[in-house]
Unconditional design. Structure first.
Length: 88
C-alpha cells in the first residue's frame, strides 16, 4: 500500500474533528467478529447459517473485505452471545 493510499484511507476513517475513527474500520470489525466466533467455538459455516449468508461472505466479513449490513451484524451478535458488542 502506498503512503498516499494509506493517508487517504486514514482520512476516510476519521470523524469531522479528525481525532478518532467515527466507526471501526472493516478490518477491525472483522477481527472482532472472528474473535467472538472462535470464542463461541463455531465454524464459519455455522455463523453463515445464523446470518443467512454464505460461508464466503463470513470469510470476507472477517477479513475486512466486505461490510455486513446491520441485520446480519445483529444476527451474528445474537448467535455468538456477544451481548451487543458487535452492534455498537
Amino acid at each position: 500500500m502506498t503512503n498516499t493510499t494509506r493517508t487517504s484511507r486514514v482520512k476516510r476513517l476519521r470523524n469531522v474533528e479528525g481525532s478518532k475513527p467515527s466507526r471501526p474500520a472493516p478490518e477491525v470489525f472483522g477481527r472482532i467478529l472472528a474473535h467472538y466466533r472462535e470464542r463461541a467455538d463455531k465454524k464459519q459455516e455455522e455463523l453463515a447459517a445464523a446470518m443467512s449468508v454464505s460461508r464466503s461472505h463470513v470469510s470476507r466479513f472477517e477479513s475486512g473485505n466486505r461490510v455486513p449490513d446491520r441485520r446480519h451484524v445483529e444476527d451474528a451478535d445474537r448467535f455468538l452471545g456477544a451481548d451487543g458488542t458487535l452492534v455498537k
